[in-house]
Design a binder for this molecule. Sequence first.
Ligand SMILES: [Mn+2]
Length: 463
Amino acid sequence: MILLDNQQWVEKNFSACEFNHKRRTLRMKVVAKNMLARPDGSLPTQNQDWSDLKAAYRLFDRPEVTFQAVTTPHWEQTKSTKPGRYLLISDTTDISLYNHKATTGLGMLGDGKGRGIQLHNCLMYNSDEKQIVGQAGAILFYRKPVPKNEKRMARLNRRRESSLWGELVDQVGSAPDGAQWIHVFDRGGDNFEAICHIKQTGDDWVIRASKLTRKVIDRNGQTRSLKEATEEGDVLGSYDLNLRSRPGVAARTARIEVSSTSVTFPRPSQFSTWVRESGINDLSMNVVVVQEVAPPEGIKPIKWVLLTSLPTATFEQGWQVIEDYENRWLIEEYHKVLKTGCGIETHALQTAGRTEALVGLISVIGTRLFQLKLIGRNQPKALASTHVPPHWLRCMQAARPKLQGRSLTVYKFFRELAKMGGFIGRKGDGEPGWMTIWRGYRELTLLLDGMRLAEQARSKSCG
Ligand SMILES: [Mn+2]
């Protein structure tokens, strides 16, 4: 069950922050609460009292207030998963701070002209309850120009964008007893070293293969390319996929065939000192291929090759791997929440170092916004009264008289909340976006505060 009350949520996620002084932890909780109230605002609009704003800036000035110190209590909570099945979805996003000319210490982005910080993130998703648990870990990376005439070993041992995947796996660690953790990577994370890191934690993986030409050993012991090895896989079944039209491509129903095989990746000819010390010489795994059959002429057929440690003998098992990979959109949506919802690129302090702590705070707050968006969608039939405090429902019904005397589902509750935030909800409007949900949530919180004040005033005048 998701904690709905913001104050309690802030307590739970920031009370254990270690900044070397209790007063700093208290201040962080105030800054976090103000940020939750106006996630799309700047620090000055979030902290309207001059003294609060000054205190917020002073807080981020402290050397103890680091990215790690702000996020660690939230990460620890996220990782203490109860038994069940969880996806750990990682990806990198560029935080562009190009407009903040005064901020020092930033790295390169894109073609080298951009400036900012790369955030390599890991989002924990409860696959049974279909709910965001939180951020499980993250790494900040500053890309620098590649050194001239770099030697092969120096390149392999340097911290590069591709090494962030394995580094984050180590940071997140292993699943607690009874929980299954499955790392989900896109093609950026397909490298031997990253998979070695997962192997060492004992957790599972679903990774989209990027190099189909890489040499593997197929299940008959023959060395050939990954592409060739998958062409002789077992067909598990097929299904029809309805594809919407895209610019230049008409809508169509694609016939998709699912097949699987197993392969062994030999250690590549060039490897880092870490790989040598790990003692891992090869990696055996299953492969699920999702392939469009008989595509229309001139259309690039759909093809996914998914590398996995999960079983893939039956159609159901293959399907599970595909579904796990399809949940990768969640991290892209999370990054959107950080950018458009929390304005992570509009915030910058004087140095990259100070900005880091703020990025940490925003990335935790972002999981909260994202959670609230998904909760209504994923539990359509559950009764709101089992998830939402009774005085919240009373308050909403008082504000929206049409709802009186009706029992709301969780789904309906969030739709109504979005309507309080400006969602119209006509047929064809689809599902409310997280911004309208959030505005409605803020609206309801204000009404709740008002109700509480009115009750206090009444009990005082009666007593
Ligand atoms: Mn990516």
